[in-house]
Design a binder for this molecule. Structure first.
Ligand code: GLV
Ligand code: GLV
Length: 326
Protein backbone atom coordinates (compact mmCIF):
# COMPACT_ATOMS: atom_id res chain seq x y z
CA UNK A 1 0.00 0.00 0.00
CA UNK A 2 1.36 3.33 0.96
CA UNK A 3 -0.27 5.13 -1.93
CA UNK A 4 0.18 8.87 -2.02
CA UNK A 5 -2.46 10.91 -3.81
CA UNK A 6 -3.29 14.54 -4.39
CA UNK A 7 -6.75 16.01 -5.03
CA UNK A 8 -6.62 19.50 -6.52
CA UNK A 9 -9.86 20.72 -4.96
CA UNK A 10 -12.46 19.74 -2.40
CA UNK A 11 -14.91 17.20 -3.88
CA UNK A 12 -17.89 15.48 -2.20
CA UNK A 13 -16.81 13.57 0.89
CA UNK A 14 -17.71 10.02 -0.21
CA UNK A 15 -14.98 10.16 -2.86
CA UNK A 16 -12.41 11.39 -0.38
CA UNK A 17 -13.47 8.72 2.15
CA UNK A 18 -12.88 6.03 -0.42
CA UNK A 19 -9.42 7.43 -1.15
CA UNK A 20 -8.58 7.64 2.56
CA UNK A 21 -9.58 4.00 3.08
CA UNK A 22 -7.25 2.82 0.35
CA UNK A 23 -4.31 5.22 0.40
CA UNK A 24 -1.92 6.23 3.14
CA UNK A 25 -1.60 9.88 2.08
CA UNK A 26 -4.55 11.83 0.68
CA UNK A 27 -3.91 15.54 0.45
CA UNK A 28 -6.68 17.85 -0.73
CA UNK A 29 -6.18 21.47 -1.73
CA UNK A 30 -7.87 23.21 1.22
CA UNK A 31 -8.62 26.41 -0.72
CA UNK A 32 -11.88 26.89 -2.57
CA UNK A 33 -10.21 28.17 -5.73
CA UNK A 34 -8.39 26.80 -8.73
CA UNK A 35 -4.90 25.71 -7.74
CA UNK A 36 -2.18 27.77 -9.42
CA UNK A 37 0.19 26.20 -11.90
CA UNK A 38 3.13 26.66 -9.50
CA UNK A 39 1.20 25.02 -6.65
CA UNK A 40 0.22 22.12 -8.87
CA UNK A 41 3.82 21.51 -9.99
CA UNK A 42 4.90 21.58 -6.35
CA UNK A 43 2.04 19.49 -4.95
CA UNK A 44 2.20 16.71 -7.54
CA UNK A 45 5.75 15.78 -6.54
CA UNK A 46 6.09 12.34 -5.00
CA UNK A 47 2.48 11.33 -5.77
CA UNK A 48 1.29 8.02 -7.17
CA UNK A 49 -2.13 9.36 -8.09
CA UNK A 50 -3.60 12.72 -9.07
CA UNK A 51 -7.28 13.66 -9.05
CA UNK A 52 -7.55 16.96 -10.97
CA UNK A 53 -10.42 19.16 -12.10
CA UNK A 54 -11.12 20.22 -15.68
CA UNK A 55 -9.67 23.63 -14.78
CA UNK A 56 -6.13 22.22 -14.55
CA UNK A 57 -3.91 21.54 -17.52
CA UNK A 58 -2.21 18.21 -16.92
CA UNK A 59 0.63 18.09 -19.43
CA UNK A 60 4.12 16.60 -19.74
CA UNK A 61 5.57 19.17 -17.34
CA UNK A 62 3.16 18.17 -14.59
CA UNK A 63 3.75 14.47 -15.26
CA UNK A 64 7.51 14.92 -15.23
CA UNK A 65 7.28 16.67 -11.87
CA UNK A 66 5.99 13.35 -10.50
CA UNK A 67 8.02 10.44 -11.89
CA UNK A 68 6.07 8.01 -9.65
CA UNK A 69 2.68 9.12 -11.03
CA UNK A 70 0.61 6.17 -12.32
CA UNK A 71 -2.88 7.59 -12.67
CA UNK A 72 -4.65 10.85 -13.45
CA UNK A 73 -8.33 10.45 -12.52
CA UNK A 74 -10.06 13.49 -14.02
CA UNK A 75 -13.11 14.79 -12.17
CA UNK A 76 -15.04 15.32 -15.43
CA UNK A 77 -16.26 13.43 -18.45
CA UNK A 78 -14.33 15.74 -20.79
CA UNK A 79 -10.57 15.27 -20.70
CA UNK A 80 -9.29 17.88 -23.15
CA UNK A 81 -7.34 19.34 -20.20
CA UNK A 82 -5.06 16.30 -20.17
CA UNK A 83 -2.28 15.53 -22.65
CA UNK A 84 -3.19 11.90 -23.35
CA UNK A 85 -0.21 11.19 -25.58
CA UNK A 86 2.16 12.44 -22.89
CA UNK A 87 0.40 10.27 -20.30
CA UNK A 88 0.47 7.16 -22.47
CA UNK A 89 4.16 7.68 -23.26
CA UNK A 90 4.85 7.69 -19.51
CA UNK A 91 2.64 4.70 -18.74
CA UNK A 92 0.15 6.89 -16.86
CA UNK A 93 -3.47 5.77 -16.95
CA UNK A 94 -6.01 8.58 -17.52
CA UNK A 95 -9.64 8.15 -16.48
CA UNK A 96 -12.85 10.21 -16.66
CA UNK A 97 -16.39 10.09 -15.23
CA UNK A 98 -18.75 9.12 -18.07
CA UNK A 99 -22.41 8.23 -17.68
CA UNK A 100 -23.02 9.60 -14.20
CA UNK A 101 -23.42 13.17 -15.43
CA UNK A 102 -25.33 12.45 -18.62
CA UNK A 103 -28.82 13.22 -17.30
CA UNK A 104 -27.75 16.23 -15.25
CA UNK A 105 -26.03 17.79 -18.26
CA UNK A 106 -28.90 17.08 -20.65
CA UNK A 107 -31.29 18.53 -18.06
CA UNK A 108 -29.23 21.71 -17.91
CA UNK A 109 -29.08 22.01 -21.69
CA UNK A 110 -32.88 21.90 -21.61
CA UNK A 111 -32.97 24.49 -18.83
CA UNK A 112 -30.94 26.78 -21.10
CA UNK A 113 -33.14 26.04 -24.08
CA UNK A 114 -36.30 26.90 -22.14
CA UNK A 115 -34.72 29.92 -20.49
CA UNK A 116 -33.65 31.47 -23.79
CA UNK A 117 -36.76 30.51 -25.77
CA UNK A 118 -39.21 31.73 -23.14
CA UNK A 119 -37.05 34.62 -21.93
CA UNK A 120 -37.14 33.36 -18.36
CA UNK A 121 -34.15 35.29 -17.03
CA UNK A 122 -35.13 38.56 -18.69
CA UNK A 123 -38.68 38.34 -17.36
CA UNK A 124 -37.52 37.39 -13.89
CA UNK A 125 -35.30 40.47 -13.80
CA UNK A 126 -38.18 42.63 -15.06
CA UNK A 127 -40.52 41.32 -12.37
CA UNK A 128 -37.97 41.75 -9.58
CA UNK A 129 -37.38 45.31 -10.70
CA UNK A 130 -41.03 46.03 -10.00
CA UNK A 131 -41.88 46.60 -13.66
CA UNK A 132 -44.72 44.10 -13.85
CA UNK A 133 -47.80 46.25 -14.31
CA UNK A 134 -50.24 43.46 -15.10
CA UNK A 135 -50.82 40.91 -17.82
CA UNK A 136 -50.16 42.30 -21.29
CA UNK A 137 -50.80 40.76 -24.69
CA UNK A 138 -47.35 41.56 -26.06
CA UNK A 139 -45.25 41.07 -22.95
CA UNK A 140 -42.11 38.91 -23.39
CA UNK A 141 -43.22 36.94 -26.40
CA UNK A 142 -40.81 34.07 -26.90
CA UNK A 143 -40.27 31.15 -29.23
CA UNK A 144 -42.38 28.00 -29.48
CA UNK A 145 -40.69 24.80 -28.39
CA UNK A 146 -43.22 21.99 -28.73
CA UNK A 147 -43.27 20.55 -32.22
CA UNK A 148 -40.22 22.50 -33.42
CA UNK A 149 -36.96 21.07 -34.75
CA UNK A 150 -34.02 20.28 -32.48
CA UNK A 151 -30.56 19.81 -34.00
CA UNK A 152 -28.20 17.77 -31.86
CA UNK A 153 -24.51 18.09 -32.73
CA UNK A 154 -22.84 14.96 -31.34
CA UNK A 155 -24.91 11.87 -30.56
CA UNK A 156 -22.95 10.48 -27.63
CA UNK A 157 -24.46 9.84 -24.23
CA UNK A 158 -25.47 13.44 -23.54
CA UNK A 159 -26.70 14.18 -27.07
CA UNK A 160 -28.84 11.04 -26.90
CA UNK A 161 -30.26 12.05 -23.51
CA UNK A 162 -31.09 15.42 -25.07
CA UNK A 163 -33.06 13.61 -27.77
CA UNK A 164 -34.91 11.44 -25.24
CA UNK A 165 -36.23 14.58 -23.58
CA UNK A 166 -37.18 16.15 -26.92
CA UNK A 167 -39.62 13.33 -27.56
CA UNK A 168 -41.80 14.64 -24.75
CA UNK A 169 -42.10 17.90 -26.67
CA UNK A 170 -43.02 16.17 -29.93
CA UNK A 171 -39.98 17.66 -31.61
CA UNK A 172 -38.46 16.71 -34.90
CA UNK A 173 -34.91 15.62 -34.07
CA UNK A 174 -31.94 15.97 -36.41
CA UNK A 175 -28.41 14.99 -35.46
CA UNK A 176 -24.88 14.91 -36.75
CA UNK A 177 -22.21 12.51 -35.66
CA UNK A 178 -19.22 10.80 -37.25
CA UNK A 179 -21.14 7.54 -36.94
CA UNK A 180 -24.83 6.75 -37.10
CA UNK A 181 -26.63 5.88 -33.89
CA UNK A 182 -29.17 3.07 -33.90
CA UNK A 183 -30.68 4.26 -30.67
CA UNK A 184 -31.15 7.77 -32.03
CA UNK A 185 -32.76 6.57 -35.22
CA UNK A 186 -34.78 3.53 -34.24
CA UNK A 187 -35.87 4.39 -30.74
CA UNK A 188 -35.87 8.16 -30.77
CA UNK A 189 -36.89 8.80 -34.35
CA UNK A 190 -33.96 11.12 -34.99
CA UNK A 191 -32.59 11.66 -38.45
CA UNK A 192 -28.86 11.87 -39.22
CA UNK A 193 -28.07 14.77 -41.55
CA UNK A 194 -25.07 16.84 -42.59
CA UNK A 195 -24.10 19.75 -40.33
CA UNK A 196 -25.20 22.21 -43.03
CA UNK A 197 -28.65 20.63 -43.23
CA UNK A 198 -28.95 20.59 -39.46
CA UNK A 199 -28.01 24.27 -39.29
CA UNK A 200 -30.48 25.23 -42.01
CA UNK A 201 -33.43 23.35 -40.55
CA UNK A 202 -33.13 23.50 -36.77
CA UNK A 203 -34.93 25.91 -34.48
CA UNK A 204 -32.57 24.91 -31.68
CA UNK A 205 -28.99 23.74 -32.14
CA UNK A 206 -27.43 22.03 -29.13
CA UNK A 207 -23.76 21.07 -28.96
CA UNK A 208 -22.70 17.75 -27.38
CA UNK A 209 -19.29 16.98 -28.88
CA UNK A 210 -16.04 16.64 -26.93
CA UNK A 211 -13.39 19.30 -27.54
CA UNK A 212 -10.77 17.97 -29.94
CA UNK A 213 -8.69 19.53 -32.71
CA UNK A 214 -11.50 18.56 -35.06
CA UNK A 215 -14.27 20.28 -33.09
CA UNK A 216 -12.45 23.48 -32.13
CA UNK A 217 -14.37 26.40 -33.69
CA UNK A 218 -16.84 24.01 -35.28
CA UNK A 219 -19.20 26.98 -34.86
CA UNK A 220 -17.88 30.14 -36.51
CA UNK A 221 -19.57 32.99 -38.35
CA UNK A 222 -20.21 30.77 -41.40
CA UNK A 223 -22.17 28.28 -39.31
CA UNK A 224 -24.18 30.96 -37.54
CA UNK A 225 -24.98 32.47 -40.94
CA UNK A 226 -26.35 29.11 -42.08
CA UNK A 227 -28.71 28.93 -39.12
CA UNK A 228 -32.25 30.32 -39.13
CA UNK A 229 -32.47 33.90 -37.97
CA UNK A 230 -34.93 32.67 -35.36
CA UNK A 231 -32.63 29.88 -34.15
CA UNK A 232 -31.23 29.47 -30.65
CA UNK A 233 -27.73 28.07 -30.03
CA UNK A 234 -27.03 26.02 -26.89
CA UNK A 235 -23.56 24.93 -25.73
CA UNK A 236 -23.11 22.82 -22.60
CA UNK A 237 -20.07 20.92 -23.94
CA UNK A 238 -16.85 22.93 -24.23
CA UNK A 239 -16.47 26.61 -25.04
CA UNK A 240 -13.75 26.40 -27.71
CA UNK A 241 -16.21 24.47 -29.90
CA UNK A 242 -17.66 27.91 -30.68
CA UNK A 243 -15.83 31.02 -31.84
CA UNK A 244 -17.19 33.33 -29.17
CA UNK A 245 -16.35 36.60 -30.92
CA UNK A 246 -18.26 35.32 -33.94
CA UNK A 247 -21.12 34.27 -31.68
CA UNK A 248 -21.41 37.76 -30.18
CA UNK A 249 -21.35 39.19 -33.69
CA UNK A 250 -24.04 36.72 -34.85
CA UNK A 251 -26.27 37.60 -31.90
CA UNK A 252 -25.77 41.34 -32.31
CA UNK A 253 -26.43 41.36 -36.02
CA UNK A 254 -29.43 39.08 -35.77
CA UNK A 255 -27.96 36.13 -37.67
CA UNK A 256 -29.41 34.01 -34.85
CA UNK A 257 -32.01 34.87 -32.23
CA UNK A 258 -30.40 33.77 -29.00
CA UNK A 259 -27.90 31.61 -27.16
CA UNK A 260 -27.73 29.64 -23.95
CA UNK A 261 -24.21 28.92 -22.72
CA UNK A 262 -22.74 26.94 -19.86
CA UNK A 263 -19.19 27.02 -21.27
CA UNK A 264 -16.96 29.70 -22.79
CA UNK A 265 -14.13 29.80 -25.26
CA UNK A 266 -11.75 31.44 -22.78
CA UNK A 267 -13.35 30.21 -19.57
CA UNK A 268 -13.87 31.73 -17.06
CA UNK A 269 -13.74 34.92 -19.19
CA UNK A 270 -16.69 35.74 -21.43
CA UNK A 271 -16.16 37.31 -24.84
CA UNK A 272 -16.53 41.10 -24.74
CA UNK A 273 -20.15 42.11 -25.17
CA UNK A 274 -21.62 38.67 -24.51
CA UNK A 275 -22.97 39.39 -21.04
CA UNK A 276 -24.56 42.66 -22.21
CA UNK A 277 -26.81 40.96 -24.74
CA UNK A 278 -30.42 40.48 -23.63
CA UNK A 279 -30.95 37.38 -25.77
CA UNK A 280 -28.38 35.16 -24.05
CA UNK A 281 -28.41 33.19 -20.83
CA UNK A 282 -24.96 32.60 -19.38
CA UNK A 283 -24.31 29.99 -16.69
CA UNK A 284 -21.03 29.27 -14.84
CA UNK A 285 -20.26 25.73 -16.16
CA UNK A 286 -22.73 23.90 -13.91
CA UNK A 287 -23.84 21.10 -16.25
CA UNK A 288 -23.00 18.33 -13.81
CA UNK A 289 -23.65 20.40 -10.70
CA UNK A 290 -26.26 18.43 -8.79
CA UNK A 291 -25.57 16.92 -5.37
CA UNK A 292 -26.23 13.40 -6.61
CA UNK A 293 -24.19 13.73 -9.77
CA UNK A 294 -21.16 15.36 -8.17
CA UNK A 295 -21.19 12.69 -5.46
CA UNK A 296 -21.25 9.93 -8.07
CA UNK A 297 -18.45 11.67 -9.97
CA UNK A 298 -16.34 11.82 -6.80
CA UNK A 299 -16.85 8.11 -6.14
CA UNK A 300 -16.15 7.22 -9.75
CA UNK A 301 -12.93 9.24 -9.94
CA UNK A 302 -11.77 7.75 -6.63
CA UNK A 303 -12.62 4.19 -7.76
CA UNK A 304 -10.68 4.71 -10.97
CA UNK A 305 -7.69 6.08 -9.15
CA UNK A 306 -7.62 3.31 -6.54
CA UNK A 307 -8.08 0.57 -9.16
CA UNK A 308 -4.96 1.67 -11.01
CA UNK A 309 -2.88 1.93 -7.85
CA UNK A 310 -3.95 -1.58 -6.85
CA UNK A 311 -2.85 -2.90 -10.22
CA UNK A 312 -6.38 -3.43 -11.52
CA UNK A 313 -7.82 -2.24 -14.78
CA UNK A 314 -9.44 1.19 -14.39
CA UNK A 315 -13.17 1.04 -15.17
CA UNK A 316 -13.10 4.31 -17.13
CA UNK A 317 -9.71 4.48 -18.81
CA UNK A 318 -9.57 6.93 -21.74
CA UNK A 319 -6.10 5.94 -22.97
CA UNK A 320 -6.43 2.12 -23.15
CA UNK A 321 -3.38 2.02 -25.42
CA UNK A 322 -1.40 2.58 -22.22
CA UNK A 323 -2.00 -1.12 -21.43
CA UNK A 324 -0.42 -2.27 -24.68
CA UNK A 325 2.75 -0.30 -24.22
CA UNK A 326 5.90 -2.34 -24.36
C1 GLV B 1 -17.83 18.91 -17.32
O1 GLV B 1 -17.73 19.81 -18.12
C2 GLV B 1 -17.28 17.61 -17.54
O2 GLV B 1 -16.61 17.39 -18.57
O3 GLV B 1 -17.46 16.76 -16.68
C1 GLV C 1 -20.53 12.26 -22.73
O1 GLV C 1 -20.62 11.54 -21.76
C2 GLV C 1 -21.10 11.93 -24.02
O2 GLV C 1 -20.74 10.86 -24.55
O3 GLV C 1 -21.93 12.68 -24.53
Amino acid sequence: MGFNVYVTRQIPEPGLELLRRECSVVEVNPEDRVITRAELLEKVRGRDGLLPMLTERIDAEVMDAAPTLRVVANYAVGYNNIDLAAATARGIVVTNTPGVLTDATADLAWALLFAVARRVVESDRFTREGKFAGWAPMLFLGADITGRTLGIVGAGRIGTAMAERARGFQMKILYTDAVGSDRMERELGAQRVSLDELLAESDFVSVHVPLTEGTQHLFGIEQFRKMKRTAIFINTARGPVHDETALVEALKSGLIAGAGLDVYEHEPALAPGLAELPNVVVLPHIGSATIGTRTRMALMAAENLVAVLKGQRAPNCVNPEVYNRK
